[in-house]
Design a protein around this ligand. Structure first.
Ligand code: DOR
Ligand code: ZN
Ligand code: ZN
Length: 418
């Protein structure tokens, strides 16, 4: 693949137009000018089986590293009427997410080695983008299984009630789970954030605080960081862009805009943006938690879809001066890959996987229900304008999505370094 005239955001924050050469799924050269003939010659040296070379001229449009979403509930297996790996990964590809990490609250829950292996079998060959798995901590104390499983992002522990029956309550069990995990991701709300931090301090491991939604939670995270702890924070686009005013607009919104943690106030929106800018919060993750509209209307059902519009919504933040393009790339692509040690992901750099998103910031669209590809069939952002459009999504040098069309289910499991 040869990409011409891509607008890159460099490490020092400057922007520059660059050409990029990709061979066998990896970035092999980034320079001011790569001629087509030279590119063909270089690629033929490496790829004898080469039959075609994709050529993209970006004409100065942004190319950013593919988004890594560390917090996705793909519902496969067991809840596939809501989402499947295939529909969920289409939603990712359309939204510029080239790697997602799946959560364990499926049916069965991913809390045994066997369930994880089954899930691996289910995902294989069905995803448009790359993926990895969080293993689940179980109330039955599965620390033996935690120590057995290989190549997972973290152990996910629910410290509050949510979708699925995965809450872990007993202190003894929590201690065992934390002490057998290198990094724990937690669903922790309010005072549970402090509890998760204490458990981490006691066991000397790392902590990923999912979906922070309150100013006070951010302050706890800041304190832990200042003590030198390896504690990381995530925020969702919905806790940045939405608050209780959106939820209380009408009866329909009251039912749809329900999730855990719930939407908070404008005060919290602002402190989350500030923490995202100043480095207290490290990542944006969607908590993509699709449910059908019928399920949401019938009874209180926690969760909203997110992957399809997270990047395009975050571009509104760039346009409104709430976050720089450089910081957006850090929190959406680079940091999630770094925190979970995902091999070769998250940066546009020679040697890394050629995972890219081409953006058109001049093309703003209104989000409409009929355009949604997620199986749940709706979006919390309907009627809102995007800050730009994902034109092309590339995974390891292959176009998986372009201008509304989906190409190849080439997604595979990522590798986590040590
Ligand atoms: O709202 C939520 N939905 N919060 C969670 O923690 C889980 C998620 C789901 O799986 O539906
Ligand atoms: Zn959660
Ligand atoms: Zn979640």
């Amino acid at each position: 693949m040869l990409i011409k005239n891509a607008r890159l955001v460099l490490d020092n924050g400057d922007e520059a137009l660059r050409d990029i050469l990709v061979s066998e799924g990896k970035i092999t050269e980034i320079s001011e000018e790569i001629g087509i003939e030279g590119a063909i010659r270089k690629i033929f040296q490496n790829e004898s089986h080469l039959v075609k070379m994709d050529y993209l001229d970006l004409e100065g449009r942004y190319l950013i590293p593919g988004v890594v979403d560390a917090h996705v509930h793909m519902r496969d297996p067991g809840l596939t009427h809501k989402e499947t790996v295939t529909t969920g990964s289409m939603s990712c590809a359309k939204g510029g997410i080239t790697t997602f990490i799946d959560m364990p609250n499926t049916i069965p829950a991913t809390v045994t080695e066997e369930a994880l292996e089954d899930k691996r079998g289910i995902f294989k060959g069905k995803s448009y983008v790359d993926y990895g798995f969080h293993f689940g901590g179980s109330g039955d104390n599965n620390s033996q299984e935690i120590m057995k499983v290989k190549n997972t992002a973290s152990t996910k522990v629910f410290l509050n009630i949510s979708t699925g029956k995965m809450m872990v309550e007993k202190d003894e069990t929590l201690d065992d789970i934390f002490s057998s995990s290198k990094i724990v991701s937690v669903h922790a709300e309010e005072e549970m954030v402090g509890k998760a931090i204490s458990l981490t301090k006691k066991n000397g491991n790392e902590l990923y605080l999912c979906h922070l939604s309150l100013k006070e939670e951010v302050e706890e995270l800041k304190r832990a960081k200042s003590e030198g702890m390896k504690v990381y924070g995530e925020v969702t686009p919905h806790h940045l862009f939405l608050n209780t005013d959106n939820r209380d607009e009408n009866e329909e919104s009251k039912k749809l805009l329900i999730m855990k943690p719930e939407l908070k106030s404008n005060r919290d929106n602002e402190s989350l943006w500030e923490a995202l800018r100043n480095g207290t919060i490290d990542t944006v993750g969607t908590d993509h938690a699709p449910h059908l509209l019928s399920e949401k209307r019938e009874k209180t059902t926690f969760g909203i879809p997110g992957v399809e519009h997270s990047l395009e919504m975050m571009l509104n933040g760039v346009k409104d001066g709430k976050i720089s393009m450089k910081r957006l790339i850090e929190v959406m692509s680079e940091n999630p890959a770094k925190i979970f040690n995902i091999k070769n992901k998250g940066r546009i750099e020679v040697g890394y996987d050629a995972d890219f998103v081409e953006l058109n910031l001049d093309l703003e669209r209104v989000i409409k229900r009929e355009d949604v590809v997620s199986k749940c069939g709706w979006s919390p952002y309907e009627g809102m304008k995007t800050g730009g459009t994902v034109l092309t999504t590339v995974v390891r040098g292959e176009i998986v999505y372009k201008n509304g069309n989906f190409k190849n289910k080439i997604g595979r499991e990522v590798e986590f370094n040590g």
